[in-house]
Structures are given as C-alpha cells and as structure tokens.
Design a protein around this ligand. Structure first.
Ligand SMILES: Cc1cc2nc3c(=O)[nH]c(=O)nc-3n(C[C@H](O)[C@H](O)[C@H](O)COP(=O)(O)OP(=O)(O)OC[C@H]3O[C@@H](n4cnc5c(N)ncnc54)[C@H](O)[C@@H]3O)c2cc1C
Length: 380
C-alpha cells in the first residue's frame, strides 16, 4: 500500500519505520526538518509510572525498543535509568499514588510506594516533611530525543522510505468520506492511507474533515539551573503531583527545572515563543526549592527553552482510524516521545490489519471525549 505520513517527529518516524517493515511504500512529509517540532524540545523522559492502564501498556510496549535501541538502530540513546519519583502532598493524591502502584505492579511494572524518608535514599535533598507518600520506579529514566530521531531517521531511509522535508502539507484530500491523499509542497500525493502525526499542529490540519480532534497546542518550558547545591546525577526525575513542579539532574550538578504555572492557554503553534520568561523560571526554581534543598536562593538560571505539548482533555492521545484512509496518532499530552515505539507499531497494525494488536487502543478513540473516562493524573 502507499502510505503518506504527515509529520516527521518521533511519532511519524516510528510509524514510518514499522510501516516500511511491513512492506508498504511510505512517504514522510515534514514541513520543517525531522524531529524539530516538539520532539527536539522534550526532556526525554521514559517511564512506566502512569495512572491509567492504557498509558502503562504503551510504555511497556515501547520499552523493549528503547532498551535495545543501539542494537536495532546503531545509535546510543544515552538512556540513564535513575528513576522517576512522584510525590503526594494531599490525601487524595496519596490515594491515587497507592492505586497507581497496585495497578502498575499488576501489569508487571516494578514501581514501589515509599515513605518520604525512604525516598531520601534516592533523592538525598528531598524535603521529606512536605510529603505524605511517594512512588518510585528504578527502571524509569531519561534519554536523548535527538539521538532517537537520528536512529529512526537513518533506519527509515535505509528501508526505502521517501522523506520529504521542507514540504508542508496544506490539504488532506477526501472523497465521499474517504481520505485519498494530500497536497504537499504544491504536489498532489495519492495514498491508500494517510497517517496524521503532526503533533500540536494536528487539529488545524484536520479542519474541514468530519472529525473532532480536541488536541490543543500548549506551551511548556524548561529552565537549565545551576542549583545552590549540586544535584547528584543519580537523583530521579522528581515531580510534585500537587503543584506540577519537577526537576531532574543533568550533568555536573546542573538540573532541568520545569512545571506549568498559571493559566494554561492554547497558543499559536507557529509563534509561541521558544525561549523562557525569567518570571516563570524564577517561580519554577522557587517551587523546586520547596521540593528539595538543592535550589536555595543562590541558584542561578543559565538558560532554557519552550516547546509544545499537544494536550487532550484527559491527557491521553488519539490513536485510531478516524475516517477510512486516515489514521490519527497525536495528542500525547507530554508523553509522546516515550510512547512513540508502541505507537508506530499500532499505526502499522491499523493500516495493515485494520485493528491494533500491540495495545488495546479502544480508550484512545476520539469519540471518548464528553464521556466519563479516566484522566491521566501522572502528568509531568
Ligand atoms: C518541554 C517539553 C518536555 C517534554 N518532555 C517529554 C518527556 O520527558 N517525555 C516524553 O515522552 N515526551 C515529552 N514531551 C512531549 C514530546 O515532545 C511529544 O509528545 C512528542 O515529541 C510528540 O511527537 P510527535 O512526533 O507527535 O510531534 P512533533 O515532534 O511535534 O512532530 C510533528 C511534526 O509535524 C510537522 N508538521 C506540522 N504540521 C505540518 C504540515 N502541515 N505539513 C508537514 N509537517 C507538519 C511538525 O513540523 C513536526 O515536526 C515534552 C515536550 C515538551 C515541549
């Protein structure tokens, strides 16, 4: 089959890789350069600790690819497994963490509940007195998204995928409810299947089709900070579920600090401001200082960057055949880097077999919105 993929981020590339592996003739259309959308701006977190089964299953189905990336793709991902530590201040959050760990363990995730005092073994600077309870998984960690793009990009080219960069898709072609191709860089491209993997740009591309995709472009920032006390490289990514504040160690005692602060508005994905605001960064560091002792008043903000989350109302992606001939894989709400390998497999299954077998994606259909469903609560 001829398959055209809109978007050359990690999701589009993982989909291209799996589709080419099944013998399809694949073209990737990317309006900029490969991986230079949200993927290049991700922190690179890879974790199994989620609050819903479907997100845990996407993690579990992705993990073998991340663990064997160098063997498969010839690129060392710099995957550092120093764990993720989630913190609860409120009784309700503690209850959720306890339920999450039970569900994760039942699915085979080696996460554990820790008292804040016990968690100091992993994060010596933790202000244990602020928290009621923590969950920790030693297998979670951080990899380099740009190296992942490099690995997938090399593999898809080798597999014969046609990769067209600097080629914006301007229209999806539809005939009688079937998507039959697209217009890219002024050319008509006919396709048996179109895969829409355009991240935070997905909603605008689907305008005019008979589908509702509530996928909002939202700005998220990361500050690179010289803390007052060096953050050990062995510290986990540490996230406060009640305030949204988080930090993670970089090299040489430096830390990345992040967290959404203030009103979370939709932004223009082509003009959102790729730098950081110093007011935001100062507040983010102050909040990190309430998590751990490293971030005293003499901490220094070196620089930072912002990127886009493609956010849905329940923080789960849409992965489905939305119309005959159109598969959508977008709206990962901050988890799309780590879930890309499984998503690529599921997209290839939808195109080839008409249904997914790697993960049951029934909870990820676009008609779920407006219904009572599970919201992902472990959002970083
Ligand atoms: C600050 C920050 C931190 C993050 N941290 C993490 C993390 O720790 N772990 C994690 O898993 N995820 C993280 N994420 C989320 C992650 O970056 C995304 O979920 C993931 O990159 C989504 O990949 P994608 O391929 O769907 O989107 P993208 O990488 O955005 O790719 C979509 C591509 O589509 C292209 N495109 C758009 N419109 C068109 C068009 N009309 N024609 C052709 N091409 C088009 C864009 O140029 C873009 O390259 C983070 C994101 C941010 C911003």
């Amino acid at each position: 089959m001829d398959v055209a993929i809109v978007g050359g981020g990690i999701v589009g590339l993982a989909s291209a890789y799996e589709l080419a592996g099944r013998g399809h003739a694949v073209t990737v259309l990317e309006k900029g350069s490969l991986g230079m959308g949200s993927t290049a701006r991700a922190a690179g977190g890879i974790r199994q600790q989620f609050s819903t089964e479907v997100n845990v299953k996407l993690s579990l189905a992705s993990l073998p690819t991340w663990e064997t990336f160098e063997e498969r793709f010839g690129v060392d991902l710099a995957f550092r497994r120093h764990g993720y530590l989630f913190l609860a201040r409120e009784p309700d959050t503690e209850r959720t963490l306890r339920e999450n760990v039970a569900m994760q363990n039942a699915l085979g995730v080696p996460s554990e509940l820790l008292s804040p005092e016990e968690a100091r073994e992993h994060c010596p600077g933790l202000r244990a007195d602020r928290f009621r309870c923590c969950s920790y998984c030693a297998e979670d960690g951080i990899a380099d998204p740009n190296l992942a793009v490099q690995g997938y990009a090399g593999a898809v080219r080798e597999a014969g995928v046609e990769v067209r960069t600097k080629t914006p898709v301007t229209e999806l072609l539809e005939e009688g409810g079937h998507v039959t191709g697209l217009v890219a860089g002024g050319d008509r491209v006919e396709a048996d299947s179109v895969v829409l993997a355009a991240g935070a740009w997905t909603r605008e591309l689907a305008t005019g089709l008979d589908i509702e995709l509530p996928i909002a472009p939202r700005r998220r920032s990361i500050a690179v900070v010289d803390p007052e006390i060096s953050v050990p490289e062995t510290d986990p990514l540490t996230a406060d579920l009640d305030t949204g504040a988080y930090f993670m160690p970089e090299r040489d005692g430096v830390a990345f600090v992040g967290g959404q602060i203030g009103e979370d508005r939709d932004v223009d994905p082509d003009g959102y401001g790729e730098g950081i605001e110093m007011l935001w960064a100062a507040e983010a560091v102050e909040r990190a200082g309430d998590l751990a002792t490293y971030f005293g008043p003499d901490s220094r903000i070196r620089r930072g960057w912002s990127g886009l989350y493609a956010v849905t109302p329940d923080s789960h992606p849409v992965i489905e055949e939305s119309l005959p001939g159109l598969v959508v894989a977008a709206g990962f709400s901050g988890h799309g880097f780590m879930h890309a390998p499984a998503t690529g497999k599921v997209v290839a299954e939808l195109v080839s077999d008409g249904e997914a077998s790697t993960v049951d994606i029934a909870p990820l259909s676009s008609d779920r919105f407006g219904e009572e469903g599970r919201v992902e609560r472990n959002v970083v």
